[in-house]
Design a binder for this molecule. Structure first.
Ligand code: DQA
Length: 142
C-alpha cells in the first residue's frame, strides 16, 4: 500500500518555529521517522511539503496513493480548495495537527478539512504522524 504525506505551509520550519508549540525536531528528522516506520510496516510513502495551496491541491489530485495523511497547517482554517480536493479524490485521509488546535486561538477551532477526513489526530506532537501511519496501514487493510 502507498501513503502520501503532505505537510502544509511553514512546516518546513519545524524545529526552529515556535518550539514551545511545535517541538524541537526538524521536518527532515520527522520525515526520517515516517519513512522508517513505513519501511517497518511494508508501506510505500511519498512526502510533500508545500507552502502553496495550489501545490497542495495538485499533490492531492496527482499522486497515486491509498491513504492520505495531511497536516494542512494554516490552510486547515481557510481552505475550501483543499477540502474539495480531498472530497473529490474520495480516498481515506487522516488530518494531523502537531498542536491541539482546540486549545488554541478561536480561529484555529474550525477545520474545513475534518468533515471530509476519515479521522483527525490533534495535539499529540509529531508522534501524531506516526500514529496516522499505523492507522493508514490498518485502514488500507494491507
Ligand atoms: C498546525 C496548527 C495550525 O493551526 C497552524 O496554522 C499550523 C500547524 C499544527 O500542526 O498544529 O501551521 O496544523
Amino acid at each position: 500500500m502507498r501513503i502520501l504525506v503532505i505537510h502544509g505551509p511553514n512546516l518546513n520550519l519545524l524545529g526552529t518555529r515556535e518550539k514551545g508549540i511545535y517541538g524541537e525536531i526538524s521536518l527532515e528528522t520527522l520525515n526520517g521517522r515516517i519513512r522508517a516506520l513505513c519501511a517497518e510496516l511494508s508501506a510505500e510513502v511519498d512526502i510533500v511539503q508545500s507552502n502553496g495551496e495550489g501545490r497542495i491541491v495538485d499533490a492531492i489530485q496527482e499522486n497515486a496513493y491509498d491513504v492520505l495523511i495531511i497536516n494542512p497547517a494554516a490552510y486547515t482554517h481557510t481552505s475550501v480548495a483543499i477540502r474539495d480536493a480531498i472530497a473529490a479524490v474520495g480516498k481515506p485521509s487522516i488530518e494531523v495537527h502537531i498542536s491541539n488546535i482546540y486549545k488554541r486561538e478561536k480561529f484555529r477551532h474550525r477545520s474545513f478539512i475534518s468533515a471530509v477526513a476519515t479521522g483527525q489526530i490533534s495535539g499529540l506532537g509529531t508522534e501524531g504522524y506516526l500514529l496516522a501511519v499505523r492507522a493508514a496501514v490498518k485502514i488500507a487493510g494491507k
